[in-house]
Design a protein around this ligand. Structure first.
Ligand code: HEM
Length: 229
């Protein structure tokens, strides 16, 4: 669909001087979508599996919610709002899994001063997502895995802490894939927990929750048992 829309737009701009709708630009955007769209969601799901193994009581809550609302029906976007615990769990996974803690690099287009510091033109800057997601002033007990922090007084997905979550960054360059990523995470997790129990290979030796920091924050390789329900 994206390529179709792009090619149509390109056709309408054939007479435009210096158009950015070039074949090279199209190849670059498609490559970006693959790079930015596959590793991110799969990495988040790997963190989700780890937290499910570490918190069987939360897994149980999620399965009860899913069974009560869906029974055996397929999850759809229409009923998503009726699964607040699923949303809260995924957001807490995004907070502690924190897959892009350093964000992506940005460059200053011109010199500017901020709080007495000069940021020269062409400086490479990282707006650290981690400085927000692990801030105890925003998220009390930030190291504690606690999806309920995103459940409001009415038992719905909401509350102040939810509004402070920025795993997709903020501003004009924030992730354009946010709606797609959220849809994928919700559909995948809900269907998985509806069909399978997620168990560690050895309950006495749970896989580590320590991440390895590169461009992304990646969990160590681990095994998981998926048992048909
Ligand atoms: C859990 C999943 C994802 C997370 C946490 C995530 C997070 C991010 C972050 C933090 C940025 C940098 C924003 C900035 O520079 O301020 C970004 C950029 C981007 N993301 Fe995502 N992303 C996810 C999934 C996706 C998906 C599914 C797609 C598309 C299929 C996507 C496409 C992009 C693109 C194209 C950019 C670059 C935008 C630009 O530079 O203007 N992302 N993402």
């Amino acid at each position: 669909d994206y390529i179709d829309a792009y090619l149509l737009e390109q056709k309408q701009r054939t007479t435009e001087v210096n158009t950015t709708f070039t074949d090279e630009q199209l190849a670059g955007s498609v490559r970006d979508f693959f790079a930015a769209g596959t590793e991110t969601t799969s990495l988040t799901l790997r963190w989700a599996l780890l937290y499910l193994m570490h918190h069987p009581e939360i897994k149980q809550k999620l399965q009860t919610e899913i069974d009560t609302v869906l029974g055996g029906d397929k999850p759809t976007m229409e009923i998503k709002d009726r699964l607040p615990m699923v949303d809260a769990f995924l957001l807490e996974v995004q907070r502690l899994g924190n897959i892009l803690p350093l964000n992506l690099p940005h460059t200053t287009k011109e010199d500017f001063w901020y709080q007495g510091y000069l940021f020269p033109k062409n400086a490479i800057m990282f707006f650290m997502i981690d400085s927000v997601l692990s801030d105890p002033a925003i998220f009390p007990e930030p190291l504690k895995f606690n999806p309920e922090r995103f459940i409001d007084a009415d038992g719905q997905f909401g509350g102040e802490q939810k509004d402070k979550m920025i795993p997709f960054s903020t501003g004009r360059r924030m992730c354009p894939g946010e709606p797609l990523a959220k849809m994928e995470l919700y559909l995948f997790l809900t269907r998985l927990l509806q069909r399978f129990d997620v168990e560690p290979e050895d309950p006495k030796r749970l896989p580590s929750l320590e991440g390895t920091l590169g461009i992304t924050n990646m969990p160590e390789t681990f095994n998981v048992r998926l048992i048909k329900r």
